[in-house]
Each structure stands twice: as structure tokens, then as C-alpha cells.
Design a protein around this ligand. Structure first.
Ligand SMILES: [Zn+2]
Length: 63
């Protein structure tokens, strides 16, 4: 089975920058990330360019 990591991450994760457009309730923007590195995983927010590290991702998935 092939897992589409990118689409899973986009659905599950939020940008950690509280000022990011994706964290503004009035904005329609959905979180969107570019994969900068896979091992270890590092994502970058498409909108504010903040990096999301593996630890931050694991914290979000742990909820
Ligand atoms: Zn962001």
C-alpha cells in the first residue's frame, strides 16, 4: 500500500505559527506544507514559511 504522506500531513497538521493565515478563524486558507526533508521529516508552511519539525509533528498527531 502506498501512503500519500503529503496529503495525510496536510489534512492532519496545523501550522505552529499562531499568526499564520491558516490559524486565523476568518480565513479560508487550509494548512499547506512543503516537504523539505523526509528523514528526519521537516515540513515548511506554504504561507508563512515556518518550519515544522518531527517533534512538533508528533506532538500534533498525539492529541
Ligand atoms: Zn504557517
Amino acid at each position: 500500500m502506498r501512503i500519500d504522506l503529503e496529503s495525510i500531513l496536510k489534512k492532519l497538521l496545523k501550522c505552529n505559527n499562531l499568526n499564520c493565515i491558516t490559524n486565523q478563524p476568518r480565513e479560508e486558507a487550509k494548512a499547506k506544507f512543503q516537504i523539505k526533508s523526509v528523514e528526519p521529516i521537516i515540513l515548511q508552511c506554504y504561507y508563512c514559511e515556518r518550519y515544522l519539525t518531527e517533534n512538533e509533528i508528533l506532538k500534533q498527531l498525539d492529541k
